[in-house]
Structures are given as C-alpha cells and as structure tokens.
Design a protein around this ligand. Sequence first.
Ligand code: G3H
Ligand code: 13P
Ligand code: ZN
Length: 310
Amino acid sequence: PLVNTKEMFKKAYEGGYAVGAFNVNNMEIIQGIVKAAAETKSPLILQVSSGARKYASPAYLTKLVEAALIEHPEVEIALHLDHGDDFEICKQCIDDGFTSVMIDGSHHSYEENVALTKKVVEYAHSKGVVVEAELGRLAGIEDAVNVSAEDATYTDPDQAVDFVTRTGCDSLAIAIGTSHGAYKFAADSDPKLDIERLKKISTLLPGFPLVLHGASSVIPEYVEMCNEYGGQLVDAKGCPEDQLRESARYGICKINIDSDLRLALTGTIRKQFALDPGNFDPRKYLAPAREAIYGMVKHKIINVLGSDQK
Ligand code: G3H
Ligand code: 13P
Ligand code: ZN
C-alpha cells in the first residue's frame, strides 16, 4: 500500500535500521527498485525531485508508482518529494497524492528556514502528509576541509532541537559530511562521516527520525564499468557502507540514494552498447540496466540499510 513514513520511521528507529529513499526518474528505475523491495520484504521510499517532475511531467511518475503498487500491493511504499524548494511545489505534490514532502530551506537564513518549514508543515499535516526539513549545508569536497569549515556547514545539535520544536517537522535532514553526487571525498582521503555529531543530535532529539542525504557509496564496480566502456568518472568517491550502517544505529531512519542508481544504469547501458553495437532495440539495453538496479538495491537493503524482512 501507499503509506506515509510515520510508522516506517518509528519501526526503523526502534530497530536501528534505515529505510532506503531512492530517486526515481523513469519506469525501469522504479521497476528495478520495487522488485528488490518486494523480494526482500522491505519498506520503501520512492522520491521525486523537482527536476524529475519536470523531466517526466508530474502525472507520469505518480502513475508509474501506482502501477508498481498494482504489481506489488504488499510493499509499503511512501511517495516523497525530494528537495522541495518552495511552498508551492510542496503544495502541488501534497495535492497530487504524495504522502511525504521535503521542504529544503537550508540555503535560507535560519529564521527564514523556520518560517518556510512551518508553513509547509501546517498545510501538509492538515492533509495527513509528513514533512522532512533540512538544517545545515551539505558540503562538497572543497567546502569542508577543516574543523572551522565543518562547524560552519555541519548541523549544530542545539539549533536542531530548536528547529524541530519550532517547526513541528516530522524528520530532519542533517549535514555530517556527506554531499550529493559522485565526488564526495578527495580521492586520496579516508572518507569519514561525523558520527560523533550525529550521536549528539540524536541524544538531544530522542526518538526523532533523522535523514542522511548524499548517501550513495559510489560503488566502485559501477564506476569502473562506466570508465571501462568509455566513461570519464575520475576520482569518484562515496560513503563507506559500514559508516552508513552505523549511522542507522544513531537515529538515521532514511538514507537517500540517487548517484548509485545513476551509476548502475549508466555503467550497464555503456557496457551493452559496447558489447552489442549492432543493437538498436532500447529494451535490449534497458532490461539489463533494470536488472543491475534491482541487484544493487537488493544489496543495499540487505547489507547497508538492514531493512529486509521489516
Ligand atoms: O539531491 C539531488 C538528487 O540526486 C536529485 O537530483 O535534482 O538532478 O533530480 P536531480
Ligand atoms: P547521492 O548523490 O549520494 O545519491 O544523494 C542523493 C540525495 O541525497 C537525494 O536527495
Ligand atoms: Zn539530497
């Protein structure tokens, strides 16, 4: 069934695991992810960015998710807006049947973020929809090179308490060293999330679900597959799986993954193009790409998120 994330997060918090939130842009991506969740009996969040909504046009993605639920009615799926940047897009998605929205006011001043988030929470809650907010900035490689830079961008634990209390948001995305995309850490560095900061935040907000964005591992197998077949992804590096798993023990209930889907899809398509240059039937390269996504997501659910059989 289509659900919101309230119960999902409550169980995840208590069980010390996280639910995967996967970005979806087309049919094959949705099919691969949902098959993996169905087979592993895992709850699932499918998330749509404003870019994805623009790419596919709004109706297509919601209808594809409805189709997934017809095929797999037993899977608990939340349909979530990823990085909504104003009230209007949140309202549109709520009115379109999304069960969860993110209002990302992290680039605004603190007070503006509070006010904007509050406004979305009021509307969403009146419709039974839950709200994820964000506090702190997801830095890239260059942005957080020392402790003072970290303090400026990472989520402040005391401010997180104030923010959650004042806005009434249902979950909070925090900055502890992850970033979006395939280049999260310098190639020669030892990637490290600020787990101590996470522990502080979750101690101050007991029982409250936290969210980790930019949490792809940038799986080397798929980076290499891209590069072996003509791609140029130099020095890509992501979050180590063991640190993601650890973060789920300290209140991280939702782990966002997009880049790993993109890499699995693109790597596999590149490989198919190289192996069968005479083919021009899209199904012949999209079917293996969909299988790659299925296998990758299944691995995440069982070995990284711990949400199987839940
Ligand atoms: O947070 C970013 C997600 O990976 C979505 O990316 O806005 O290009 O769809 P997008
Ligand atoms: P990645 O780029 O690490 O997959 O992060 C995705 C994300 O946070 C979507 O909101
Ligand atoms: Zn994100």
